[in-house]
Design a protein around this ligand. Structure first.
Ligand SMILES: CC(=O)CC(=O)SCCNC(=O)CCNC(=O)[C@H](O)C(C)(C)COP(=O)(O)OP(=O)(O)OC[C@H]1O[C@@H](n2cnc3c(N)ncnc32)[C@H](O)[C@@H]1OP(=O)(O)O
Length: 430
């Protein structure tokens, strides 16, 4: 048996996140992931080096990007002998990529690897409708002009004008992420004021982190942006309180709708990368270790047949990970809970505080309990920074690792909810 090795987070690099259909509207996934990787390669002197593996992904991908990760390696200064491949785990993609790389390092299969993620809703893949698609495929494989004309004659004029636009919705329910989260917010009675306060804190903390230079070695300017474009340092509880609900605002519970554009993460474009390595590789390359990647756990909920909220899987994954690691929910210095929606973060915390949920759903004798909210998302999170789906995991891993390095020692929890009723969670330590 090989030894299990400690896995070091060496650092990360991302581009500033942009609002959808804005600064990065002309950039592709490959452009943005390439830019994030270029910054990482420059920061850690990786030019010309063969990295064990680069694992990356995007939630929304064009068919031509069948192996986006490898294409990005070929366009980078890394040694082209670096193997690379794509994965997809919805909003958990970036963290899942880091877990995959970390596990290979731990098992001694590679010594160093890069995890990445990218997404753009501005350059989302558009498909023609099903009839049109099949007709075009037949046209493409027709052998003679006669055959082609026969197939083309069947084309109805309205067909090309009905594209299928990817929706931010669950295929099995037809409901958007926001509509699902609105149901969860009602179930856990998450009030508007708490959501707006969480959103305000996210903006204030992200702004403060930029002001004190925290992101100077984590974020590389791109296409004229030096900071996350969604960041609103001047927002206030009054402004947030004046916004109209955008999810859960139809049907019998419309008057109880609480989720707005201010307390929901925005549609965002961006990319992130993280460098992970064995202790020996880090030492040989004279690169300091920010933190150790120690535990991870995934969970899934049955949101289709059961009454579990679509984005509640981290509420199940974290207790399983804590049991495996022999830790309690309070044994952390930092909590990085992805802010898909403010209500989602608050529902997850409420579930851990609930005696009923912890006993009925988790089979625990006592609730996991409350966390110290001052330790939650201390440098802001997705409500302020934005959420380019697959890039969020890398943003969080790099941010938390740097936080732990600055503190000198400690432990941080990462929790990311994902479409499909899944959750990806991990622990970093120093
Ligand atoms: C996918 C997974 O696997 C798991 C997950 O993470 S689930 C989460 C996935 N992500 C999503 O579902 C994205 C959800 N978000 C959205 O769909 C859209 O951003 C949204 C519908 C919420 C809002 O869209 P929009 O209306 O275009 O937003 P936007 O125009 O920016 O804002 C609306 C108004 O609120 C204001 N506003 C927004 N945030 C504000 C803030 N923090 N402070 C003050 N005002 C704010 C804007 O200025 C704007 O005002 P005006 O109309 O006066 O210009």
């Amino acid at each position: 048996m090989q030894n299990i090795r400690r896995v070091a987070v060496i650092g990360g690099n991302r581009i500033p996140f942009a609002r959808s259909n804005s600064r990065y509207a002309g950039a592709s996934n490959a452009d943005m992931l390439g830019a994030a990787l270029d910054g990482l390669v420059a920061r850690f002197g990786l030019a010309g080096q063969r990295v064990g593996e680069l694992v990356a992904g995007a939630v929304l991908k064009h068919a031509k990007d069948f192996n986006l990760a490898r294409e990005v390696v070929l366009g980078s200064k890394l040694d082209p002998h670096t193997p690379a491949y794509d994965i997809q785990q919805a909003c958990g993609t970036g963290l899942e990529a880091a877990i995959l790389v970390a596990n290979k390092i731990a098992l001694g299969q590679i010594d160093v690897g890069v995890a990445g993620g990218v997404d753009t809703t501005s350059d989302a893949p558009l498909a023609v409708n099903e009839d049109m698609r099949r007709t075009l495929l037949k046209l493409n494989s027709a052998r003679t002009l006669g055959e082609r004309l026969k197939i083309a004659a069947k084309l109805r004029p309205h067909q090309p004008f009905k594209p299928e636009i990817p929706r931010n919705a669950e295929p099995r329910t037809g409901l958007s992420m926001g509509e699902h989260a609105a149901r969860t917010a009602l179930r856990w009675e998450i009030d508007r004021q708490s959501q707006d306060e969480l959103a305000l804190r996210s903006h204030q903390r992200l702004a403060a982190a930029y002001e004190k230079g925290f992101f100077d070695d984590l974020v590389t300017p791109y296409l004229g942006l030096t900071r996350d474009q969604n960041l609103r340092p001047d927002t206030s509880l009054e402004k947030l309180g004046s916004l109209k609900p955008v999810f859960g605002n139809r049907g019998p519970d419309a008057d109880r709708a609480t989720m707005t554009a201010g307390n929901s993460s925005p549609l965002t474009d961006g990319a992130s990368t993280v460098l992970l390595a064995s202790e020996e590789w880090a030492r040989e390359h004279h690169l300091p270790v920010l933190a150790w990647f120690s535990w991870s756990e995934n969970a899934a909920v049955d949101f289709v047949h059961g009454d579990e909220g679509l984005l509640m899987a981290p509420a199940y994954a974290v207790p399983r990970m804590l049991a495996r690691a022999g830790l309690t929910l309070q044994d952390f210095d930092y909590y990085e809970i992805h802010e898909a929606f403010a209500s989602q973060v608050l529902a997850t915390l409420a579930a851990w505080e609930s005696k009923e949920f912890c006993s009925d759903r988790l089979g625990l004798d006592a609730p996991l309990g409350a966390i110290d909210r001052d330790k939650l998302n201390v440098n802001g999170s997705s409500l302020a920074a934005g959420h380019p789906f697959a890039a969020t995991g890398g943003r969080i891993v790099a941010t938390l690792a740097k936080l732990l390095a600055e503190k000198g020692s400690g432990r941080g929890l990462i929790s990311i909810c994902a479409a499909g009723g899944q959750g990806v969670t991990a622990i970093l330590e120093r």
